[in-house]
Write a protein of this length. Structure first.
Length: 260
């Protein structure tokens, strides 16, 4: 199982209990740590030999373009539990070896196209518990991410094409402010295995919302406000093994819901 929670959304906290002031660099392992040291900018003196960088628990409002331009060996970057509000275009340019990027528990409200430029080897992107209200079309274009976590944000809608071309296996969107899932919302997600939309405010799923998700195995839409499931709404989900829509105010369920 991936590092992302699959079928549930755990309750987050503002700061981890064990996060205390720390500033170290281990040249043998390449681990660089700056925890709770009052940083307001990304440190310019991170060793170029660093492989794992953790900058946590700092009042860091912005990640500027090319903040990590010389860190070509970093495979894991954790910027969680800071106060990040803004990611500039090319924030992560230069991180050509990056595989895991953790941005959870910040204050990011918008992702613009170009913010993830250069991250062609990224596998895991964690944006859990931010304030995202919009995602630019193609913001994830060029990424090879298999695990994408956008839980506990403030997204009111998703525009078809936002995820186009991604090779995502696991997409977590639970606990957002979505009301309607429109037709072709998830177009282009040819490799998706798990889609999690639980614990939200969804009232309507339009016909065609799950078009072409032929690889999907697990779909979680429970604990929303869905009153009706349209006929053949799941028609393209030929590989689904688990479909959970309990705890919705659905009235009579048409037998045609599962046709297709």
């Amino acid at each position: 199982m991936s590092a992302l929670a699959e079928s549930r959304c755990l309750t987050g906290t503002d700061t981890p209990d064990d996060l205390t002031e720390s500033s170290t660099y281990n040249s043998l392992t390449g681990q660089y740590i700056r925890h709770c040291t009052g940083l307001t900018i990304v440190p310019p003196d991170i060793p170029t030999t660093a492989k794992r960088v953790q900058i946590l628990g700092n009042p860091l409002p912005i990640v500027k373009s090319d903040s990590f331009a010389l860190l070509s060996q970093v495979t894991v970057l954790a910027l969680a539990y800071n106060e990040i509000e803004t990611l500039e275009i090319n924030s992560f340019r230069g991180l050509v070896s990056l595989q895991n990027l953790y941005l959870h528990h910040n204050r990011i409200s918008k992702l613009v196209k170009g913010v993830f430029n250069g991250l062609s080897f990224l596998i895991l992107l964690n944006l859990d518990t931010n304030r995202l209200k919009s995602l630019d079309i193609d913001v994830f274009k060029g990424l090879s991410v298999t695990d994408l976590d956008i839980r506990r944000n403030e997204l009111p809608s998703l525009t078809p094409g936002t995820f186009n071309g991604l090779s995502v296996n696991n997409l977590l969107l639970c606990e957002n402010k979505l009301s309607t899932i429109v037709s072709n919302t998830f177009q282009g997600l040819k490799s998706i295995r798990t889609l999690n939309l639980q614990n939200g405010t969804i009232t309507t799923i339009q016909p065609g919302a799950f078009n072409h998700l032929t690889s999907l195995i697990k779909l979680y839409i429970y604990n929303n406000s869905i009153a009706e499931l349209k006929p053949i709404i799941f028609k393209d989900l030929s590989s689904v093994e688990l479909l959970n829509f309990r705890t919705n105010p659905i009235g009579e369920l048409s037998p045609r819901v599962f046709e297709g």
